[in-house]
Design a protein around this ligand. Structure first.
Ligand code: ADP
Ligand code: 5GP
Length: 191
């Protein structure tokens, strides 16, 4: 592993603003590349296979687990697997870019443990669980059931926030983006 092979993790409960912050950073810094996770849930809205996720069957996902293809994987919601493929990180590093991982708290802790000297981890905290519910509802992507599953898990996920390098409270998106940006620029400049 070379020193230049860095990893940036953005983690948070669903709805806290990871995607919004990640999108802002990716469009501004070509050095950063989105790490496309494998997932067994169905695509929603305009999501595309090979761009937002590598969507796959549970059978195929389990095959990858058996082949030891993942850096980390988790059943984030009941019956729904998500994971970071080793091949995906190598694909990004080979292009001279730094992968940005939008992953859940447990996956984030596993990646940090495996790459302790190369990882910057940012936890995005919602102002409150109530505000999180409003944002998820407002996003309009969830069924009642999947919205409730996400809310039910949020307080538990927030209890992990001290495992990460920095906590960014996303009460104002512009401010949260700027804060993440400063931390990332400092991390990338590090030798
Ligand atoms: P995540 O990727 O963590 O699930 P998103 O980035 O999709 O979260 O954000 C969830 C919803 O909340 C989106 O509709 C987004 O536009 C909105 N949102 C994000 N940050 C804020 C904020 N600071 N204030 C209000 N709404 C926000
Ligand atoms: P969504 O279904 O909203 O796209 O993602 C649900 C949750 O799964 C989010 O918290 C997201 O960060 C997480 N997630 C996405 N990809 C991965 C991954 O590769 N590994 C892990 N552990 N979590 C992931």
């Amino acid at each position: 592993m070379q020193q230049s092979e860095k990893i940036i993790i953005i983690t948070a409960p669903s709805g806290a603003g990871k995607t919004s912050i990640t999108r802002y950073l990716l469009q501004k810094y070509p050095k950063l590349a989105f790490s496309i996770s494998a997932a067994t849930r169905s695509p929603r809205g305009k999501e595309e296979n090979g761009k937002d996720y590598y969507f796959m069957s549970v059978e195929k996902f389990r095959n990858h687990i058996q082949q030891n293809d993942f850096v980390e994987w988790e059943m984030v919601y009941e019956g729904k697997y998500y994971g970071t493929l080793k091949k995906e990180l190598n694909r990004i590093w080979e292009k001279g870019q730094t992968p940005m991982l939008d992953i859940d708290v447990k996956g984030a802790i596993h990646v940090q443990q495996q790459y302790p000297d190369q990882t910057l981890s940012l936890f995005i905290e919602p102002p409150s669980v109530d505000e999180l519910r409003k944002r998820l509802f407002g996003r309009g992507t969830e069924t009642d059931e999947s919205l409730q599953a996400r809310i039910n898990k949020a307080a538990y996920e927030i209890s992990f926030k001290h495992h990460f390098d920095h906590i960014i409270v996303n009460d104002n998106l512009e401010k949260a983006c700027a804060e993440a940006e400063q931390l990332i620029l400092k991390f990338l400049a590090r030798g």
